[in-house]
Design a protein around this ligand. Structure first.
Ligand code: UDX
Length: 446
């Protein structure tokens, strides 16, 4: 009989995983404790903007015209425990307020709600990013609470999806990593991922701690790569070099590679910043703090980028933001997402606002979330309206549509033709040809 899958938590990770499992042909029941999320999902819409996810949901959510009906939603753990052979835990692990460590309460609560209801053999698979050592602790808790005892198994299967590419990354992962404590769990996970997902994806089997560490190590490496190129941008600015050319040139070395070498206002979002901090906190608990002191530097280089952008903008408008209008293009932490969590763009916009500037923001998809976080900023319905009357234009999230903007058209409505590219994504020649004073981070002034 085909395996039945449940997914606990319907954020970026859970909603996408649930839809992908339905796409593979499984019957899927997804749970969220927030009824409003379930209500939206049940109509075939994702509660966040994620390219391709609405389409996938519409193909599989039960009750929608022409759907396979393989994907259903619930708020009931009893229903989940009764339905599933395999339960994927996809809840988030945000940074704790005022601390480096992450908040494990959603993961703990998922296990503690599910385990006492498990009256038939089940495999619980953690996908959330957790501090190393969590899986072992949770496996013990599961065995203690589950009526089936040792027949409730645990595996850890970290997820590497990127926002904006969640569907693609879930359906075609570049690797599948499973941390297991027994052969049975490995066998079941091989079965679940057999077929299109596993095709061409290396399947790496490890113990619990290694699987947990693979995720935090990967994110730490990516964060380090970005901060490395941003450190080079600082040096380039001091020495009148060009970090974009530098990145291109070192990237030709295959050992270095071209990806994740885009200098700018740094990394943000719900993962990289909190994951490196939680990793440092956990290493400290394990007595290995020294091994990760470099991550403190990675974090501070990253945070410095935001302040630097604000300084350049202040300089551009004549030394003070008072009485100056600043147009901000981009509010999300990256393009193709509506996520503004720890967004460098919104942080820069907020700092300028707090220093007395009149900031007007435009973002293709993130306006609603940005407004909820920062209601005191002004929001414009188009890039042209954001730029109207501006003394400086800041390009802070590299949406592709910003590259297509017509600098001449914008120049006609701006108060001053000054643009600062915080993502090194605009074409300096196009803007300069249209009469703009163009400045980018880590590049010569022209
Ligand atoms: C990241 C990891 O890439 C993913 O594997 C993991 O599962 C979750 O965390 P995500 O948060 O979606 O994914 O964003 P990512 O594409 O990694 O970008 C993170 C941040 O780094 C963004 O703010 C982006 O603008 C910035 N970035 C990325 C740079 O500043 N320069 C780069 O060269 C690349």
């Amino acid at each position: 009989m085909a395996l039945k899958i449940t997914v606990i938590g319907t954020g970026y990770l859970g909603a996408t995983h649930a839809a992908a499992m339905a796409e593979l042909g499984y019957e899927v029941l997804a749970l969220d404790v927030v009824p409003q999320k379930i209500e939206v999902l049940a109509t075939g819409r994702a509660p966040m903007y994620e390219p391709g996810l609405d389409e996938l949901l519409q193909q599989h959510v039960e009750g929608l015209e022409g759907s396979t009906g393989r994907l259903r939603f619930t708020t009931s753990y009893a229903e989940v425990a009764d339905f599933g052979d395999i339960h994927f835990v996809c809840v988030n692990t945000p940074q704790r307020h005022g601390e480096y460590a992450c908040d494990m309460s959603y993961v703990d609560s998922a296990i503690e709600s599910l385990a006492p209801l498990l009256s038939r053999p089940a495999l619980v698979v953690g996908k959330s990013t957790v501090p190393v050592g969590s899986a072992e602790r949770l496996a013990a808790r599961l065995a203690e609470l589950a009526p089936v005892g040792a027949d409730a198994r645990l595996a850890w299967n970290p997820e590497f999806l990127r926002e904006g590419f969640a569907v693609q990354d879930t359906l075609h992962p570049d690797r599948i990593v499973v941390g297991v404590a027994d052969d049975q769990a490995e066998k079941l996970l091989r079965e679940v991922y057999a077929g299109p997902i596993a095709e061409g994806s290396p399947f790496v089997v490890t113990d619990y701690p290694t699987a947990e560490l693979v995720k935090t190590a990967a994110n730490s490496f990516l964060a380090t790569k970005i901060s490395f190129i941003n450190a080079m941008a600082e040096v380039c600015e001091a020495a009148d070099g060009d970090v974009v050319k530098l990145a291109e040139a070192i990237g030709h070395d295959e050992r270095i590679g071209k990806k994740f070498l885009r200098a700018g206002i740094g990394f943000g979002g719900g993962c990289l910043p909190k994951d490196i901090r939680a990793f440092m906190a956990r290493a400290g608990e394990l007595g290995a703090a020294q091994a990760l002191t470099f991550l403190r530097e990675v974090d501070s280089i990253n945070m410095r980028r935001r302040g630097h952008m604000v300084e350049l903008a202040r300089e551009a408008v004549g030394g003070s933001f008072l009485g100056k209008r600043v147009a901000v293009l981009g509010a999300t932490f990256k393009p193709d997402s509506d996520d503004v969590r720890d967004s460098p763009a919104l942080n820069v916009a907020g700092q300028i606002h707090l220093q007395g500037g009149q900031v007007t923001v435009f973002d293709p998809k993130g306006m609603e979330n940005a407004r909820a976080v920062f209601p005191t900023l002004a929001y414009a319905p188009s890039p042209l309206e954001a730029v109207r009357g501006a003394h400086a234009v800041l390009h802070l999230t590299e949406w592709s549509e910003f590259r297509e903007l017509d600098p001449a058209e914008l120049g006609a409505v701006a108060a001053e033709r000054r643009v600062l590219d915080g993502r090194n994504a605009l074409d300096p020649a196009r803007w300069r040809d249209a009469g703009w004073d163009f400045r980018a981070l880590g590049r010569p002034r022209a």
